[in-house]
Design a protein around this ligand. Structure first.
Ligand SMILES: Nc1ncnc2c1ncn2[C@@H]1O[C@H](COP(=O)(O)OP(=O)(O)O)[C@@H](O)[C@H]1O
Ligand SMILES: Nc1ccn([C@@H]2O[C@H](COP(=O)(O)OP(=O)(O)O)[C@@H](O)[C@H]2O)c(=O)n1
Ligand SMILES: [Mg+2]
Length: 223
């Protein structure tokens, strides 16, 4: 067992010591999170961190937690928050970028609390890919990525977890005015049109008062 002072020292070393911008990308299994994130990366230069991919890499790496993570994922259950949060924070620390898409995170309130406690980071906004369940099931069953959890029995369990644990967080962000909801039941390109509009409106533009300052200087010169 790790002593508490030792654990705090480890947590301190995991803090993020740089200014970063984070967008949470939420949606049920098969709603298109990974697909849309790839397009956002290409057009807006974010780094894409998929919580599921980080966990799958951890299983492949043969880490001591690997077997436990593998079993939970195959049951469609959520992995302990400190495990996924540590993987995310480590990936952020190791990446030389200042803007990140967290795909598939947070999945429940406990995920969010653990992330906030460790990083003190608030997302800029939350992108929610809203898709009917029948469409998501169709997509997951035909995505052929060799994922052990893409079978109908586990998919049904993942949907229940999404409804019971993740949807309340979606509502929470809606109530805070931070939710950007997109109809994800359309084609990839149509969905991305909406996504692009959301990200374009958050990009920093030149401040208009720079021109004002220039004009006011000229005015004072001519006076
Ligand atoms: N808008 C869409 N229309 C049809 N198929 C889609 C769409 N978006 C994604 N897909 C396909 O559906 C499957 C699931 O998409 P994915 O991005 O892996 O979803 P998620 O990461 O939310 O589980 C993939 O095979 C992907 O190619
Ligand atoms: N925050 C998270 C994200 C994923 N996971 C696990 O990883 C699995 C796959 O997540 P994923 O994001 O790759 O799944 P999709 O929504 O992309 O289909 C989930 O069903 C959970 O078992 C988790 O435990 N905690
Ligand atoms: Mg995914």
């Amino acid at each position: 067992m790790m002593g508490s002072s030792n654990k705090e020292a480890v947590d301190a070393s995991l803090q993020i010591h740089k200014q970063i911008k984070v967008v949470f990308v939420m949606g049920g299994p098969g709603s298109g999170k990974g697909t849309q994130c790839s397009k956002i990366v290409q057009e807006f230069g974010y780094t894409h961190l998929s919580a599921g991919d980080l966990l799958r890499d951890e299983v492949k790496s043969g880490s001591e937690n690997g077997a436990m993570i593998h079993d939970l994922m195959n049951e469609g259950k959520l992995v302990a928050s400190d495990v996924i949060v540590r993987l995310i924070v480590k990936a952020i620390q190791e990446t030389d970028n200042d803007k990140f898409l967290l795909d598939g995170f947070p999945r429940n309130e406990d995920n969010l609390k653990a992330f906030e406690n460790l990083t003190k980071i608030e997302p800029d906004f939350v992108l929610y890919l809203d898709c009917p369940e029948e469409e998501m099931i169709k997509r997951v069953l035909s995505r052929n990525q060799g994922r052990e959890d893409d079978n109908i029995e586990t998919i049904r369990k993942r949907f229940r977890v999404f409804e019971e644990s993740t949807l309340p967080l979606v509502d929470y962000y809606a109530s805070k005015g931070k939710l950007r909801r997109v109809d994800a039941a359309r084609s990839v390109e149509e969905v991305f049109e909406s996504v692009r509009a959301i990200f374009s409106s958050t990009e920093v533009r030149p401040r208009p008062d720079r021109h004002c300052n220039c004009f006011s200087f000229l005015r004072s010169f001519c006076r």
